[in-house]
Design a protein around this ligand. Structure first.
Ligand code: HEM
Length: 483
């Protein structure tokens, strides 16, 4: 469909290929900042195989389109491979419509700020498990952070205690996610660009994706059904631990509602763990490389909380520097640099540009969080930027990392409370430093982050994590007695 208005600026499409070769496969967020400079626009456009893509580099445009015009910018791109592999059960990928609305209502009822507090006790218990694990094998901090995220999710969703990453439910999820996510990128399988191919029978030459899909569908079905069956069994036996799923099942839900809670609970593991793991590892990295910030935070904790107990959620508003570290962490290295794409469902005109129905709209969260006019010295990790001249926390509390509009992160309050307690409890009890080599020299850490999937992670690094004092060590050990 043509319009008298032009598309937003961007590289000139080539005959047949459009911008297929211009669209970056790596380092997307930074390449789009370069495009912004080259085409002197914060809204950019590209076209590939007849699909339009609009990239938003500026908060103002993301808020205008994805929030104020959310009625037409809340769909998701269709990914044929997600449907073929059964991953389309995920709320994150669901098309905008009644099924999504029902799932989102369950999220809203259970994850909104006032209700999210009921999960805090579980968060504390699972994060305290992580603190004790850090005490015994600090070098495995990445594994402990993965374990804490998995344990928090499985226990809040299903009332199920995960004992290791080899746990049967976790293993199925991890396999389904690892083997599934690589097929979701547009170029990963031809069927993503030519959806009609999915109707070819599995035995047809080149229709391998249907075979891969059938295999993966076994896993995506199991990861949803197996923990649901576990909850039902325990409810029948009268000994179910309260969870999101048990609370919905108790109300004798309709089949539709039961299916919806199954989708929500199944989604949360994927949506919550990888992002939380990314933020936790970035936190350890930031503290290793910024000892002066770590000391300042610890001084605040010692002053406000003291050294006789661990911090609690009730302390949150009295610890502004910890709050600033939380904000800065998600600004500095947002787990999803390019957010999750939205799709428009109606033709639109914005700032004199034409955005056709079906356009994939990507919010460049990294660019927004690194806008030098808002965040000077944007590459510096500096929690101080969140304080005003009087030394009070400023009102810049919109966390860009959670996205925008009706599809904004459904678990942002849970993520916020998990991340806050991880930051506060680790800083209260541990000193994080660079690891020392045998020759006594500090092991330097590079600033590399992975860039091969939706969620970006700090690449593996070494550091030293030791208790701040004997008293801090005892505090951590004692959490094991409170179980
Ligand atoms: C630091 C941690 C997290 C970050 C940075 C994060 C970020 C995001 C982002 C950027 C989106 C897409 C927003 C958009 O489309 O504009 C999203 C969606 C979502 N997140 Fe999170 N998330 C985090 C943790 C969580 C947690 C803990 C949960 C669940 C308890 C969760 C559940 C979801 C769900 C269900 C969606 C899909 C929403 C929809 O499509 O309607 N996330 N998240």
């Amino acid at each position: 469909k043509r319009s008298k208005y032009p598309y937003p600026p961007g590289p000139k499409p080539k005959i047949l290929l459009g911008n297929l070769l211009d669209i970056p496969a790596k380092n997307m967020s930074k390449v789009y900042v370069e495009w912004g400079k080259r085409y002197q626009s914060s809204i950019l456009h590209a076209e590939a195989a007849g699909n339009h893509v609009v990239i938003l580099n500026r908060v103002k445009d993301a808020k205008e389109l994805l929030e104020r015009r959310s009625q037409i910018y809340s769909d998701r791109p269709r990914i044929p491979m997600a449907e073929i592999t059964g991953w389309d059960f995920s709320v994150v990928l669901m098309p905008y419509g009644d099924k999504w609305r029902m799932a989102r209502k369950i999220c809203q009822q259970n994850f909104r700020k006032e209700v999210a507090v009921r999960f805090e006790e579980t968060h504390i218990k699972k994060i305290n498990d992580m603190l004790r694990a850090l005490l015994s094998t600090p070098q495995d901090f990445a594994l402990h952070s993965r374990m804490a995220s998995a344990a928090i999710t499985m226990s809040t969703m299903y009332g199920y205690d995960v004992s290791s990453m080899n746990d049967r439910f976790v293993a199925v999820y991890e396999r389904a996610a690892n083997e599934g996510s690589r097929w979701f990128l547009p170029g990963a399988a031809l069927v993503n660009s030519i959806p009609a191919l999915r109707h070819l029978p599995s035995w047809f030459p080149g229709a391998w994706f249907n075979r891969v899909g059938e295999e993966l569908k076994v896993l995506t079905t199991e990861l949803q059904n197996a923990p649901m069956d576990y909850v039902k069994k325990r409810m029948l036996g009268g000994d179910a631990t309260p969870s999101l799923v048990s609370s919905v099942l108790e109300g004798s839900p309709s089949e539709e509602m039961e299916n919806s809670v199954k989708c929500v609970a199944g989604t949360v593991y994927g949506a919550a763990s990888d992002t939380t793991i990314s933020a936790t590892t970035t936190f350890i990295y930031a503290m290793t490389t910024h000892p002066e910030i770590q000391m300042k935070a610890q001084a605040e904790l010692d002053r406000v909380v003291g050294t006789d107990r661990l911090p609690s959620y009730a302390d949150r508003t009295s610890l502004p520097y910890i709050e600033a570290i939380y904000r800065e962490l998600l600004r500095w290295r947002p787990p999803l640099n390019m957010g999750v794409p939205h799709t428009s469902t109606k033709d639109d005109i914005y700032e004199g540009y034409f955005i056709p129905e079906g356009t994939v709209v990507m919010s460049n969260i990294w660019a927004m969080a690194h806008d030098p006019s808002v965040y000077p010295n944007h590459e510096e990790f500096a929690p101080e930027r969140f304080f005003d001249h009087e030394g009070n926390l400023n009102n810049d509390d919109f966390i860009l990392a959670y996205g925008f509009g009706r599809r904004v992160c459904a678990g942002q309050h849970l993520a916020s409370s998990t991340m806050w307690y991880i930051i506060a409890s680790i800083l209260a009890t541990f000193a994080i430093r660079k690891a020392i080599e045998e020759n006594g020299e500090e092991i330097e850490i590079d600033d590399a982050f992975t860039d091969n999937s939706l969620v970006s992670h700090k690449t593996p690094f070494q550091c030293s994590i030791t208790p701040r004092s004997d008293k801090a060590k005892r505090l951590v050990q004692e959490t094991g007695l409170q179980q």
